[in-house]
Design a protein around this ligand. Structure first.
Ligand code: FCB
Length: 477
């Protein structure tokens, strides 16, 4: 029986030998500007906080920087051809704000904009849907010098930049993501300081989170006013969170970490309010005086979709009795107000990032978002794994990555069958790249990059993924 309704489950079948995805399911791969482009000083690009951070000794493993990265700025045509060979239906990439406005405000650098015009045109030539992320962490350094995301004005600057890019590309680009993972920008950038700009100020981190979301809302409003017929969303990194035991203390630990990691962003953006319990947890950090009347209305501007990045689960516990009396959590933390919570491991297999592999967590996260928030089309905008890859006889065999992707795609299939409108999946990443504070030491790509000569070698995972896309299905086990 054929069913022609729009129901996401309508055309998902469990044939005996395969798990089929809905027709039109958007199969993609993702990257980010600073992680792949290189050409850091070309064609008028200004410095970003990641240029400054990576050039500061001790910040990035082995002193790696994004100066050259995968040299994608010069090799984008070759890279797009690779995408076409893999059969990608969509490509999620980010725009480098410092290429568009080298100082973060003021006049447009046309040469920077032209690069993305060429990239979009190249993608469309091959029938690959361009998916733009406006901010994947590369804040222009002059804006950081003026206060960065903890300063309210940065939100307005972001909306202005969004408008510029949107005006130039929205005739050809349907899908617009404002921010990638504001949790990381705020709490790693200004809390623990593990990411650029490397500040360690709890108050600044909470303010940054707010201004990131405010910038998101302002940008959505500006773009939607210009073109209501495009798709607008944001990408959040969401985690499954579980208590280690069923003790009340561990349950509270899970509430706190779920609160800061997930609900602190989901609630304002999708429900127009901060979660009260998290505001309470943060009382010792800030009185939220930085939240102005009307902000939450802007932040919760209607969206067309939600992007979710999923990598793993947090298992957390209350402080143990053996914990030192002198709080170890004086150390800068990305969990302000909840610094005392312990993160525990369960002994599951891990990736090269030491992240436990937990595909059921993906089911949990997607079903939870669908159940607890206003229904929206959902996309996995990142999912993938780092493993140690080796070139042997010119080939890279990466069965662990294939297994990771396979398990998570099975989870996606299960979610769709349960009625969740999951509309697409972007593997992280198309190719190996600059993995932030880990530099080039962690490889997430389906395509291997030899940084000595910039040679690209599709790994076995790339070939496997191409086959999944071609069949629009996984093999049933
Ligand atoms: C996400 C980032 C992405 C990449 C992956 C591994 O948090 O969005 O740039 O670093 O993790």
């Amino acid at each position: 029986m054929t069913n022609t309704t729009n129901s996401p489950t309508a055309d998902v079948r469990n044939d005996s030998d395969q798990l089929r995805f809905p027709d039109g399911f958007l199969w993609g791969a993702a990257t980010a500007a600073y992680q792949i482009e290189g050409a850091a000083n070309e064609d008028g690009r200004g410095p970003s906080i990641w240029d400054t951070f990576s050039h500061t000794p001790g910040r990035v493993v082995e002193g790696h920087t994004g100066d050259v990265a995968c040299d994608h700025y010069h090799r984008f045509r070759e890279d797009v051809r690779l995408m076409a060979e893999l059969g990608l239906k969509a490509y999620r990439f980010s725009i480098a704000w410092p290429r568009i406005q080298p100082t973060g405000s003021g006049p447009v650098n046309q040469a920077g904009l032209d690069f993305y015009q060429r990239l979009v045109d190249e993608l469309l030539t091959y029938g690959i849907e361009p998916w733009v992320t406006l901010y994947h962490w590369d804040l222009p350094q002059p804006l950081e010098d003026a206060g960065g995301w903890p300063a309210r004005d940065t939100a307005a600057r972001f909306a202005e930049y969004a408008r510029i890019v949107h005006e130039a590309l929205s005739d050809r680009v349907q899908y617009w993501t404002t921010l990638n993972e504001p949790w990381c920008s705020a709490f790693l950038g200004y809390g623990s300081g593990a990411h650029a700009p490397g500040r360690q100020e709890s108050v600044a981190a909470v303010r940054a989170a707010h201004h990131l979301m405010l910038g998101h809302g302002l940008a959505v409003q500006a773009m939607r006013a210009h073109r209501p017929d495009r798709q607008y969303g944001v990408t959040l990194n969401l985690y499954a969170v579980s208590p280690q035991t069923d003790s009340a203390g561990d349950a509270d630990a899970a509430r706190r970490i779920d609160g800061l990691a997930n609900r602190f962003f989901l609630d304002p953006i999708l429900k127009g309010a901060y979660p009260e319990d998290v505001v309470e947890d943060l009382r010792g950090v800030t009185d939220f005086g930085h939240v102005h009347d009307g902000d939450l209305e802007i932040i919760s501007s209607p969206l067309s979709m939600l992007g979710i990045n999923y990598y793993s689960r947090y298992v957390v516990a209350a402080p143990s009795d053996e914990q030192p009396a002198e709080p170890y959590w004086r150390a800068p933390s990305c969990w302000p107000g909840s610094e005392h919570i312990r993160f525990v491991t369960r002994g599951l297999p891990v990736t090269d990032m030491n992240w436990e592999i937990d595909a059921p967590g993906l089911v949990e996260v997607l079903q939870r978002v669908h159940r607890e928030y206003p229904p929206l089309p959902l996309y996995i905008t990142e999912n993938g794994a780092a493993f140690v890859d080796e070139v042997v006889d010119g080939e890279v065999d990466d069965p662990d990555r294939v297994a990771y992707l396979d398990a998570h795609l099975r989870a996606c299939h299960e979610v769709i069958r349960s009625g969740v409108p999951l509309r697409g999946y972007f593997a992280w990443s198309l190719m190996d790249n600059f993995e932030w504070a880990w530099g080039y030491t962690k490889r997430f790509g389906m395509v291997y990059v030899d940084y000595e000569n910039q040679k690209r070698i599709p790994k076995s995972s790339a070939k496997w993924y191409a086959e999944v896309i071609r069949r629009n299905a996984l093999t049933a086990q």
